[in-house]
Design a protein around this ligand. Structure first.
Ligand code: XIL
Length: 374
């Protein structure tokens, strides 16, 4: 008998839900692997996760299995950032990055590069003059070109697409006064994209930022960046909305509008760093243990919040599906809750797999939504 996709999804989810309560962790992990996101996303979509060095080096075997089974693209959580690759002017450190690229290549995945030009996780020498003042335009441009041509050139033909410029915008849509902009001027963005294109003409090139779905003014800034690049005749393939979201934000309607607005520029849209922060915004003071109020889910996620997270992820994917032809990639920022950067001394639960690498109700909901599509 041929089992329809929908019936299949229903049975997997029901079985998963039942099994979660009494199966051994190993069994539950096996069950989670019986359906793979990469097999049920719309044709042409990439779906992936950011991986850390324990994962790209193969030490975290449970995560490696999960990533291999579930995803067809990976992003480097930290390994390809400026400070990881180029700590001193004449010293590049490629070993761990090479292993990350090999990890993806061995599995036939689209390997993403993140990122080339950013105000954060970049060593001071990049922007400094010998006297400690800001380097002049020509010096900074030369450093940018050397970095981009060396890094993009090394992985030419092996990295599918690059976040060329990350987080260049203020919340009001004006250009952030990053050291790159101060030293080079507003055209630092265009320069970075041209250097990247020169180094690998076949690589996709992206602009990546956060809060583009929740802040229309910031989104307008991203649209200006895209239009400026296109007017100059410089390649840009997609805009990445990072997707560091909360249970109530963006709303499905906001997300829908944001995708439509970005897509209207002509480039594709990607969700590049998806996670859903469940903790109160007020973080504990540095070095202090978190108060119980700031860390409410330290002993686990109550069922109502677990279900709310599942509903939110389901609603998000339902909107993404209505834009299936506008979207090229959805990447989670981390594999399982324990890996997430959103923990930071507290206990967060932002992803589809829990700390034991068991699929959460949010995973089941995403599977259901993806399989229900016509
Ligand atoms: C984060 C990593 O997840 C952390 O491990 C690191 O300490 C800081 O950077 N936007 C980005 C990502 O573009 O590079 C950031 O990654 C998260 C926010």
């Amino acid at each position: 008998m041929k089992i329809g996709r929908r019936a299949f999804a229903g049975s997997i989810c029901a079985a998963a839900a039942g099994a979660l309560s009494n199966a051994l962790p190993g069994d539950v992990r096996a069950l989670a692997q019986s359906v793979a996101l990469k097999e049920i996303v719309p044709a042409g979509w990439l779906i992936g996760a950011a991986i850390n060095q324990n994962q790209s080096d193969g030490r975290d075997t449970a995560a490696v299995e999960l990533v291999t089974r579930q995803f067809n693209t990976i992003s480097p959580e930290n390994l390809l950032k400026f400070q990881s690759l180029h700590p001193e002017p004449d010293r590049f450190t490629f070993d761990a990055a090479d292993r990350y690229v090999a990890f993806g290549a061995e599995r036939g995945m689209a390997v993403i590069g993140h990122n080339l030009v950013w105000h954060s996780q970049t060593p001071r020498w990049v922007w400094d003059a010998p006297d400690g003042a800001l380097a002049d335009r020509d010096t900074m441009l030369a450093r940018m070109r050397t970095h981009i041509s060396t890094v993009v050139g090394r992985y030419k033909g092996r990295i599918h697409g690059w976040d060329v410029v990350n987080e260049a915008l203020n919340e009001d849509g004006t250009l952030r006064d990053s050291p790159w902009r101060k030293g080079i001027g507003d055209d630092y963005i265009a320069q970075a994209f041209s250097f990247a294109h020169d180094a690998d003409p076949n690589a996709e090139l992206y602009y990546n930022d956060y809060n583009l779905a929740t802040r229309p003014a910031k989104r307008a800034g991203a649209i200006r960046i895209v239009n400026d690049l296109r007017q100059r005749g410089i390649r840009i393939d997609a805009v990445g909305e990072q997707g560091h979201w909360r249970l109530d934000s963006p709303s499905p309607a906001e997300l829908d509008q944001a995708i439509a607005g970005l897509r209207a520029t002509g480039v594709k849209v990607m969700i590049t760093e998806l996670d859903v922060n469940l903790l109160p915004t007020a973080a504990p003071a540095r070095g202090q243990p978190p108060s119980p109020e700031s860390n409410p889910y330290a002993n686990g996620l109550p069922d109502d919040v677990q279900q709310a997270l599942a509903r939110y992820y389901g609603a998000v994917f339902a909107v993404l599906l209505t834009h299936r032809d506008d979207i090229t990639r959805v990447t989670f920022w981390g594999v399982s809750d324990g890996d997430s950067w959103l923990n930071r001394g507290r206990v967060n639960h932002p992803l589809l797999w829990d700390r034991q690498r068991r699929p959460k109700p949010a995973f089941e909901e995403v599977v259901k939504v993806l399989m229900r599509r016509p």
